[in-house]
Design a protein around this ligand. Structure first.
Ligand code: F6R
Length: 364
């Protein structure tokens, strides 16, 4: 049941801290505080490149995984949505890594992309929530997201669980490739282990999220902005909003705004920015100043350090605890999903069963 929550989506949003913790328990050895992945039939150290593919929210999780694998493990990564990847025929060296991400393990396009990668003698590693799915049977290795069943059509907790797995995979790959020493691993693992309690604190911001929801619910179009690993967080926010509130939303890499969408900005198009205090904060801040100068209304998801700098221009803020840059996209995902949920409640849409959508898309 819904355990007293109004919708499954609300219940599942509140499970973020739990599923992040459960997923970490599966992947981090408590005694040594090191990432321990299951035995793999290939060596992460000798993989020449990774190809990441998935659909929808799982694809955005993959985009964040790409930033991590490139930056921390120094692994070349290609990424595309599965509906494109399955027809792309990219040239790949045998022994490359195919990294598939899916909650259901049954998504037709992701499964077809898996099969087309397998034909190229690529190792198949899948990040799956349903561990007895078709994709699980056809993978060389499955890394489970321990999110439990997800009932709401809009994915929530599976997404942060996917990110948790991808973060652990990044650490293991970086260690194997010699780009992360023991001290570095300790720092990243600590940041991950700290996440469940930080994630629980996000819910103290419910009032601020509901205030923002009042503004967004009145809009016809909403622009989401983010840079680096916050760009996919913005994409996730925009997708959730479209999916369950039927309000048009678009996510843009913050620096790309001045190449077109800045002409849309006025009082009627709220701007939702994901801008915690990471090394890219100042860059995002200057993009937000540009938007403000054109009459944009800024609704900013930030952290305690970012809030000091952005409060002067923000119409409203959701202020999360400041965490390590590495895990900031995981934490910042929670309030953007909450915002979509609260807007849907205000609009009175069918939150758990949005029109035209099914939980698992098993046709092309
Ligand atoms: C968004 C959403 C969809 C799924 C996508 C992939 O809230 O639920 O975009 O993320 O259909 O589904 P899976 O992960 O089952 O392959």
């Amino acid at each position: 049941g819904k355990d007293g929550y109004r919708h499954y989506m609300e219940k599942e949003l509140h499970e973020h801290p739990l599923v992040i913790g459960q997923t970490l328990q599966r992947m981090v050895d408590p005694a040594s505080r090191r990432v321990m992945l299951p035995e793999m039939p290939f060596d992460l150290a000798s993989v020449p490149r990774a190809v990441i593919t998935a659909c929808g929210s799982a694809f955005y999780a993959g985009m964040i995984g790409r930033y991590w694998l490139e930056d921390i493990a120094r692994l070349p990564v290609d990424i595309d949505v599965a509906s494109e990847m399955r027809y792309r025929n990219p040239p790949l060296t045998a022994g490359s890594l195919g990294l598939l991400i899916s909650q259901s393990g049954e998504t037709a396009d992701t499964l077809a992309a898996l099969r087309s990668l397998r034909e190229k003698a690529v190792h198949i590693l899948s990040v799956l929530n349903v561990e007895h799915s078709t994709m699980a049977r056809e993978s060389d290795v499955v890394l489970g997201t321990v999110a439990g069943p997800e009932i709401s059509v809009a994915s929530t907790k599976a997404f942060t669980a996917q990110l948790t797995v991808l973060a652990c995979l990044t650490i293991a790959t970086a260690r194997a490739r010699g780009t992360l020493d023991a001290l570095g691993e300790e720092e990243l693992v600590s940041a991950l282990l700290d996440l469940p309690s930080r994630a629980a604190e996000v819910f103290t911001q419910g009032e601020a999220v509901r205030r923002m929801a009042q503004v967004v619910a009145e809009a016809r179009d909403v622009l989401y902005l983010g840079r680096g690993s916050m760009f996919p967080v913005a994409m996730e926010g925009a997708l959730k909003l479209k999916e369950i509130t039927y309000i048009h939303a678009e996510a843009y890499a913050a620096g790309e705004m001045k190449h077109g969408p800045i002409s849309l900005i006025d009082r009627t198009v709220p701007i939702v920015a994901s801008a915690p205090y990471t090394p890219l904060f100042d860059k995002t801040l200057s993009n937000l100043q540009e938007a403000k100068a054109r009459g944009g209304r800024l609704l900013v998801f930030t952290d305690t350090k970012g809030a000091e700098r952005v409060s002067a221009i923000a119409e409203d803020m959701v202020v999360l605890p400041h965490v390590h840059d590495f895990v900031a996209p995981i934490l910042q995902t929670i309030p953007v999903q909450m915002l979509a949920y609260e807007v849907a409640v205000l609009k009175g849409t069918d939150v758990d069963q949005p029109r035209n959508l099914a939980k698992s898309v098993t046709v092309e």
